[in-house]
Ligand binder design. Structure first.
Ligand code: GN1
Ligand code: MG
Length: 366
């Protein structure tokens, strides 16, 4: 188990200036353990310390190799593309022996990043004026990675965002388990079984060449976007473990499913969950302002299906994890992943209910 003493010793592996004065938990990540380290140095006040979840990321060295290639590339691009806006990319910090990972005696893999100062993230959209900024952040990120050849990054999470793969895992799980059939579990079972036919939609479009493979973020949910605390403009997008070749639709879908859910993905009031189309309009507008140049006609056609699919997919991932006994997503209580699945399914239902309106928003922005 991690305790304060160990954490300080681990943080000190990555410290070259100053003493560690405190360490606190940072963010609400479902996979890795993240901490904010405070130093007494005037030069560098904070950095981010993270323990990689090796149940999920089984090749931490490869994850870090990707991270170095990616952050070097994006930093270089930023230097070459002068902009009048603040935009930062977290840097990988090295240990005193110049390594990008430090292994503790329990085989825990630790790494560190620079901390983006004077910035904050939100679990839900605090203000609808932030909506175009969310879209800007995703578009800016897509632009910054667009000239990095996808083959330079290794696939450190096979199957990630491949919906038919999650469906197969779900079906294999069901064949092996007999869940207690509470009304909530029944709702989820019904929900999935009536939607299996559309699980292939993005993978089919990829296989038939309708949608091109591009590098993507993989996890651009609302709380991975940082806002300047003074200007309230988006200034960074963090959590870069899942950057790999994929469809920009996974990112657009993930960004919208997380940011257009005013109740937030952790709410227990799942019956109140809905998809806010005004926020969707603002985010897509902000995204298209920067990303329009590289989108094709087909890209637009698949935006609505992607919003629906990625919400459904995340619900399916949470529900499967609940059924197998919570081996992937960290939980705070035993029914946590079931509650999260209900939220995503309810959100999917709201997206389906507003299909015409969402398609019209996309059409009007084309
Ligand atoms: C996980 O670790 P975190 O919270 O950034 C997950 C995402 C999900 C997200 C839902 C590698 O992200 O795919 O969308 O939870 N990351 C991985 O909150 O599976
Ligand atoms: Mg993540």
């Amino acid at each position: 188990m991690t305790n304060e003493i160990n954490l300080i010793a681990i943080a000190e592996q990555f410290t070259s200036h100053g003493q560690v004065t405190s360490i606190q938990s940072l963010g609400n990540g479902n996979i890795n353990d993240t901490f904010l380290v405070t130093l007494d140095s005037p030069k560098k006040k904070h950095f981010v310390l993270q323990r990689i979840n090796t149940q999920v990321f089984q090749q931490p060295a490869l994850v870090m190799q990707n991270m170095r290639i990616l952050t070097d590339h994006v930093s270089q691009n930023l230097k070459l593309t002068p902009t009048n806006r603040r935009w930062e990319v977290p840097r990988v910090l090295l240990t005193q022996d110049d390594q990008n990972l430090w292994t503790d005696q329990n085989e825990g893999y630790w790494r560190a990043f620079s901390f983006v100062e004077n910035a904050q993230s939100f679990d839900t959209l605090a203000d609808s004026s932030h909506a175009p900024e969310i879209g800007y952040a995703l578009g800016m990120f897509h632009n910054l990675i667009s000239n990095l050849p996808p083959a330079q990054l290794a696939d450190t999470l096979p199957g990630f965002h491949i919906t038919p793969f999650y469906l197969q895992q779900y079906e294999d799980t069901l064949a092996k388990t007999s869940p207690h059939l509470s009304p909530e579990v029944n709702y989820c079972l019904q929900f999935v079984s009536s939607r299996t036919t559309f699980a292939d939609i993005l993978e089919d479009a990829k296989a038939t060449g309708k949608l091109p493979l591009r590098l993507i973020h993989g996890d651009p949910k609302i709380n991975n976007i940082l806002f300047d605390t003074t200007t309230h403009k988006a200034v960074s997008i963090i959590d870069l473990d899942t950057v790999k070749p994929g469809l920009v639709h996974y990112d657009i879908g993930d960004c919208l499913r997380s940011a257009c859910n005013p109740a937030g993905e952790e709410t227990e009031e799942w019956e109140e969950v809905y998809f806010d189309t005004d926020l969707c309009q603002g985010i897509l507008q902000g995204y298209l302002d920067v990303a329009q140049a590289f989108l094709t006609e087909n890209d637009y056609t698949y935006i609505y299906p992607a919003i629906r699919l990625i919400s459904f997919e995340l619900g399916l991932r949470f529900f499967t994890d609940y059924l197998v006994g919570n081996v992937y997503f960290k939980i705070k209580y035993s029914e946590h992943n079931l509650a999260r699945a209900l939220v995503q399914f309810k959100l999917t239902e709201s997206i389906e209910f507003q299909e015409t309106k969402i398609r019209q928003i996309i059409e009007d922005l084309r």
